[in-house]
Structures are given as structure tokens and as C-alpha cells.
Design a protein around this ligand. Structure first.
Ligand SMILES: [Zn+2]
Length: 208
């Protein structure tokens, strides 16, 4: 089975000096970007995302279920028939993805609301490995799926705050994530240019 296809919708990180100089890995960020860029559409795909990015990396136990604010728990695992609960999983993943993107959108200027960072720390979903860092995600099975994904973003933002303050772009219209503010600013995307860049035509009519 070929699951390892390319991820065309996942933005690549720019080679900023802060990244080159750092020994910290960015796997938490890549895991989070994979979730929002290519959301799992089935229980099997969600299990595979957990396995690859969290369980095998030693960041959490293999979850027996997932939950999101609106829904009851949805079971995962080999005992769950593959064709059962697909629409439940899709709705749950979509809701989690939307909440994650809304939190990131609020994190952007001008609101710069970083409450989800404090929530991740207070909820024990990220921990500081020692001394001044690095921060690493340590979510739990009983956490909401959106909080699990946010813990991945939170760990990377806590480790690389300056990088995110300079490069993270979240379109305020479609929530697209990118890391190249030179294209459309911090809150635009190629399809939704920020209104501030609209040029005003100047008339060269001489005054009489
Ligand atoms: Zn957009």
C-alpha cells in the first residue's frame, strides 16, 4: 500500500538563519502541518498519522479513541471495522482542523492572541525538556484532537517564536498556512491579497 505519497499542499519551511543555527528538530511542526494540509479522511489514515508523528516518536501512547468538543468519542484501533465511523471521523477531523486554524488565525497580527500556548502548557500537553528548552509536545489520549494538533504547533512556536513572528502566514480569508510573507503578507495568500497592498492610481494632471 502506497501511503507515502507526496504532500503538495504542505508548505515547506524557508531556510531562515534561525533554523540553520538550531539543532532542534521541527518534526512537531511538520506533523501539525501534515494534519492541516492533508487531513486524515478515515480512521486508518488518522491512526497512521498518530503512529508516524506521535506514537513512534515517543510523544504519546497509541490512542484508543479520539474526541472533539461537539462529539462523543470515536474508537480507533484494529477492532474497529474499517468501514465504520468514516463520516464521524471526517466530521471530527474537520472540526478539529477548523479550531486549530482559528487559533492560529487569532495568533496572527493584529490580534496576536497566543492564549493557546498558555493553554497547552497549563494542560500539560507540552513540556520543557530541561533548562531553557526545548519544548516538546506530550499530548494525552483524553485531549481533544484539536488540542493534540495545537500542542504540536505550540511546541514549535515556543521553541521558535521569532521564526513564527517573522514568517508564519495564515490567510484571514481561507486560513491557508504559508511561511513566505513576501508574497501576500502575513494574513493573505496568493488568492486573497491583503487590501493594504492595493495600489492607488495617481493622476498626473497638472494643477492650473
Ligand atoms: Zn486565502
Amino acid at each position: 500500500m502506497r501511503q507515502e505519497d507526496s504532500h503538495p499542499s504542505i508548505p515547506t519551511l524557508p531556510s531562515a538563519p534561525s533554523l540553520v543555527a538550531s539543532d532542534h528538530d521541527r518534526r512537531a511542526l511538520l506533523a501539525a502541518l501534515t494534519f492541516v494540509g492533508k487531513p486524515p479522511r478515515s480512521a486508518a489514515a488518522l491512526e497512521s498519522w498518530f503512529e508516524k508523528h506521535l506514537v513512534s516518536a515517543g510523544r504519546m501512547q497509541r490512542p484508543a479513541y479520539v474526541a472533539e468538543g461537539f462529539s462523543k468519542r470515536v474508537a480507533l484501533g484494529p477492532q474497529v471495522p474499517a468501514d465504520r465511523g468514516a463520516s464521524e471521523i471526517e466530521a471530527l477531523v474537520d472540526a478539529a482542523r477548523l479550531r486549530v486554524l482559528a487559533s492560529l488565525r487569532a495568533f496572527m497580527p493584529p490580534a496576536t492572541n497566543d492564549r493557546f500556548l498558555a493553554a497547552a502548557i497549563d494542560g500539560g500537553r507540552v513540556r520543557c525538556a530541561g533548562g531553557p528548552g526545548p519544548w516538546e509536545p506530550c499530548p494525552h489520549e483524553e485531549d481533544l484532537l484539536s488540542d493534540i494538533v495545537l500542542s504540536l504547533f505550540a511546541a514549535d512556536i515556543l521553541n521558535f517564536r521569532e521564526f513564527h513572528d517573522a514568517y508564519l502566514c495564515v490567510c484571514k480569508t481561507c486560513f491557508r498556512i504559508d511561511f513566505d510573507p513576501s508574497q501576500s503578507g502575513r494574513t493573505g495568500c496568493p488568492e486573497h491579497q491583503p487590501t493594504a497592498t492595493v495600489s492607488v492610481m495617481r493622476r498626473g494632471r497638472p494643477s492650473l
